[in-house]
Structure formats: structure tokens, C-alpha cells
Design a protein around this ligand. Structure first.
Ligand code: ARG
Length: 461
């Protein structure tokens, strides 16, 4: 078959329908630079093994440099007849180095070990880009937390008022989960830093090539210990995709908060004009599209992961062509996050908080009931009873349509002699916040320590 990498035993060319189905250049061409880097490393081990002489190595590297430059400039692009990035680049190499020399490079390697390696190289580079994008979102959250230290807001469970918390505490909660995502990417890289090159089609190479030399050349820590594993495993891709999906989910959760906060009913935040959109029919509209797209993209990232795992689940060892389907989901995940992360960090960094409203709502909805119960516990009342007494105060206040601090000393005394006027010390947002000062709590002192620890951990990744 003219030009193909595997024509020798075939009498005729592939059907057009097969060629169409088989083709992957429209998505794997983005690996061209990595493929050429792999070819340089491979040429060097062929030389080391005595399979290329000094002049041949020099000629090969010069042709690869020229090919690289032509790919970068766009002068060389895949032809419609090229099946994949590897075949196309071999054609380009032969055009530059001649059939004699260019035809020597394929010895001892297979597209199976090549593609497994190039995918890891690509994902390792993009994991770094994504990691720094996530760090920018963390920076934006930290910046807002620092700018609003001391501002209280209603803390919610079940979306109902629960207890007052600091706005900074809420923002940093999102920062912690995103920080774990960055830590996950860094940890994932240890498993991704192992090179499958040298595994050949499935069984390794008989040509005395040194896989660890190629690995080192390509920036990996080491080479795989099992060639079947090297060519057939895609758990490293799946793990990348899981972390990408988790980042999507974490961005979606912070976005959902912002969408709620931006409603008329909440009125906690105003989005910057640069990060909001209008309506084509309703002139007054200012919509949180960045946050909504983040929520939507999370679904897409989960889909990428689910699709990839479904592709892998039934595959026998070693390489199967199904594995060609491994690339689009991970490329899509990387592309999606690389577009999304700067928009989310910009949106968060430019949010304006309506701090007065947040503060005034913080203690409402009987959000200090737990403080009454815990105050009673500090007076020696068993929590079971304290819970009941505080609940009775809520019932009384709710019946009258007032808040807990509107009840009189007599009202409290009528509920229980334990409820002396001193209980008023916790019937304020400040009292409630200040009392939660142990590690991880929402007291300002604890939040300041938390902030310092978060910044320390950010500095470590
Ligand atoms: N384009 C293929 C892929 O993406 C490269 C490996 C092809 N190997 C093969 N034996 N057909 O997986």
C-alpha cells in the first residue's frame, strides 16, 4: 500500500471507508512535536546500539530538525492519505532524509509504544498548565478572603441558615479542595513520569536499545518494567481525566455558590461587567454565564472520564485499536480546563461582595440557636437538655415572628432557670464566631491561621 506503514503483506489498498474510519491525524497531529522528540531520542539509542553510524545519526537529526521546523511553521501538514501522526511524520522524514536513511528510524519501535509515550508527554505538560490555572483560582479566592477578613455571612446546611461563618472561611473552603486537586496533579505526575518507549509492539525490542536512555532523553524518570503494561495500560490517562473531572466538579461547586449569591434574593455579590453577559431580549439582564459554563463543563469533563473508562473496560492485553479512542477525551479535558480556568479566576477576583447584607443576614433565621445550646453546656447542662431548651427558645421566637435576641430576660427565664441573662453574650454574630476558635473553626483568629497554612501549602506544590 502506497505510503502506509504496513503495506507489505497487502495486495490492495484499504477501502475508502476503512481509511476514513482509521484516520486520526485530525486529533493526534497535536502530538507531532512530541513524536519528533521521541524520534530524536530513538535515533540516539539506535546509534548507541550500533544501528546508525555517526554520519547517519547526524543526517537523521538534521532531517528531524528540518521536519520539526516545517511542522511548527505549518509548511508541513498531514496529507489526506496519512493515517496518523506517526505515519505522516515518517513520510515527512523520508522526504527530507531520503528513503535509505529515513527508512531506518522505525527499527525497534512501534506506534504502540510511541503513542503510549507521546500521550504521557502531552498530558504531563498540560497537567502543569492546568495546575497553574487552578493555582490562579486559588489565588483569587485567597485574595478575596484576605480583603474581607472579619466579614460574617450566613453559613448554610441544606441551603438553610445554620450558623454564622466568616466569608473568608467560606471562600477558603473552596480553595482547599482546589489545592488538593493541584496536589493530585503533582502526585499523578510520578506515575506519568514512566516511559513506555522501548516496549515495541508489545514484547520489547531485540535490537539492544536502551529504554532508560530514551526515557531520560524525553524527561521521564524511568522506563516501564513491563512492555505489555507499557503499550496497553491507560490508567495514567484515566487518572488524569479523573483529576480533570474533579477540578471541573470543584469549579462547578464554587460557581453554583456564585450563581446563587448573584440572584436578587441573595444579593451577596455583584459580578464584574467583564465577567457577565446580557440578554438579547431583556435589557436589564446581567447573567453569570462564566459560572454556568463552569457548571456545564463539569458535566462534559465527567463525560470524558466515563467515555474513556468505558473504552478501556473490556480490552484484553495488549494493544487494541480501541485505544486510539483514548486521546480525544483527555485532549478535550485539557482544552476545556485551559479555557475555563482563566475565566473562573477572573470572575472570582473581580467579584464585589455586598458585605453589609451578608453581615446583617448572618445571625438571622435562628442561626444562634446552637450557640445557646453550647453556652448551656458550658454552664454544665447536658447537651440533650440544652438542645431542647434552645429549641424551645426558637419555637417561642418563631411564634412571635422575632429573632432570638428579641426575647426578653423573662422569656428566657420562663423557659429554664439555666437561661440567665448572661446567655446574651453569645446572642451576637461576633460572640458566635469568636467562640469557634479551635483549628478549622470560623473564628477570625482560626481563619487567619488557616490562611497562613493554606498559603504555606500552596508554596509547597
Ligand atoms: N493511531 C494509533 C493510536 O492512536 C497508533 C497506534 C496504532 N497501532 C496499530 N497497531 N494500529 O492508537
Amino acid at each position: 500500500v502506497q505510503g502506509a506503514l504496513w503495506g507489505g503483506r497487502f495486495a490492495g489498498g484499504p477501502a475508502d471507508a476503512l481509511a476514513e474510519l482509521s484516520k486520526s491525524t485530525h486529533f493526534d497531529w497535536r502530538l507531532a512535536g512530541y513524536d519528533i522528540a521521541g524520534s530524536r531520542a530513538h535515533a540516539r539509542v539506535l546509534h548507541k546500539a550500533g544501528l546508525l553510524d555517526d554520519g547517519e545519526l547526524e543526517g537523521m537529526l538534521a532531517a528531524l530538525d528540518q521536519l520539526d521546523a516545517d511542522v511548527k511553521s505549518g509548511a508541513y501538514v498531514p496529507a489526506p492519505s496519512d493515517e496518523d501522526v506517526h505515519g505522516s511524520l515518517e513520510r515527512g522524514l523520508i522526504e527530507r532524509a531520503g528513503t535509505q536513511l529515513g527508512g531506518k528510524l522505525r527499527a525497534g519501535r512501534s506506534r504502540n509504544d510511541q503513542i503510549a509515550t507521546l500521550g504521557r508527554m502531552y498530558l504531563r505538560d498540560h497537567a502543569r498548565i492546568i495546575g497553574s490555572g487552578v493555582l490562579s483560582v486559588i489565588d483569587a479566592l485567597v485574595g478575596q478572603a484576605q480583603a474581607h477578613l472579619g466579614v460574617a455571612m450566613p453559613g448554610r446546611t441544606h441551603l438553610q441558615h445554620a450558623q454564622p461563618i466568616l466569608l473568608s472561611h467560606h471562600l477558603l473552603a473552596h480553595a482547599w479542595s482546589l489545592l488538593r486537586d493541584v496536589q493530585r496533579l503533582a502526585d499523578w505526575d510520578k506515575r506519568a513520569a514512566v516511559s513506555p518507549y522501548g516496549s515495541g509492539a508489545l514484547a520489547g525490542s531485540s535490537l539492544g536499545l536502551d529504554p532508560n536512555a530514551v526515557a531520560e532523553d524525553l524527561g521521564f524518570d524511568s522506563a516501564v518494567w513491563n512492555s505489555l503494561d507499557g503499550t496497553a495500560a491507560r490508567d495514567v490517562y484515566a487518572e488524569f481525566s479523573w483529576v480533570a473531572a474533579m477540578i471541573g466538579v470543584d469549579l462547578s461547586r464554587v460557581s453554583e455558590d456564585i450563581i446563587l449569591w448573584a440572584t436578587k434574593e441573595f444579593s451577596f455579590v455583584t459580578l464584574d461587567d467583564a465577567y457577565s453577559t446580557g440578554s438579547s431580549i431583556m435589557p436589564q439582564k446581567k447573567n453569570p454565564d462564566v459560572a454556568e459554563l463552569a457548571r456545564g463543563k463539569a458535566g462534559r469533563l465527567i463525560g470524558d472520564l466515563a467515555g474513556l473508562l468505558a473504552t478501556l473496560k473490556g480490552l484484553p492485553l495488549a494493544y487494541n485499536r480501541d485505544l486510539q479512542e483514548d486521546k480525544e477525551p483527555v485532549f478535550d479535558a485539557a482544552d476545556t480546563l485551559e479555557v475555563l480556568l482563566p475565566a473562573v479566576s477572573g470572575m472570582i477576583a473581580t467579584l464585589k461582595f455586598n458585605t453589609e447584607r451578608m453581615q446583617s443576614l448572618a445571625p438571622q433565621g435562628f442561626a444562634l440557636a446552637t450557640d445557646i445550646a453550647e453556652w448551656l453546656v458550658r454552664q454544665g447542662v447536658p447537651f440533650r437538655e440544652a438542645h431542647e431548651l434552645s429549641g424551645a427558645a426558637v419555637q417561642l421566637a418563631e411564634g412571635r415572628g422575632v429573632e432570638l435576641w428579641d426575647l426578653t430576660d423573662e422569656d428566657y427565664a420562663g423557659i429554664s432557670p439555666h437561661l440567665t441573662p448572661e446567655v446574651r453574650s453569645v446572642l451576637s454574630t461576633e460572640g458566635s464566631l469568636d467562640s469557634r476558635s479551635s483549628q478549622g473553626g470560623t473564628a477570625r483568629s482560626a481563619v487567619e491561621l488557616q490562611l497562613a497554612e493554606l498559603i504555606r501549602q500552596v508554596g509547597e506544590v
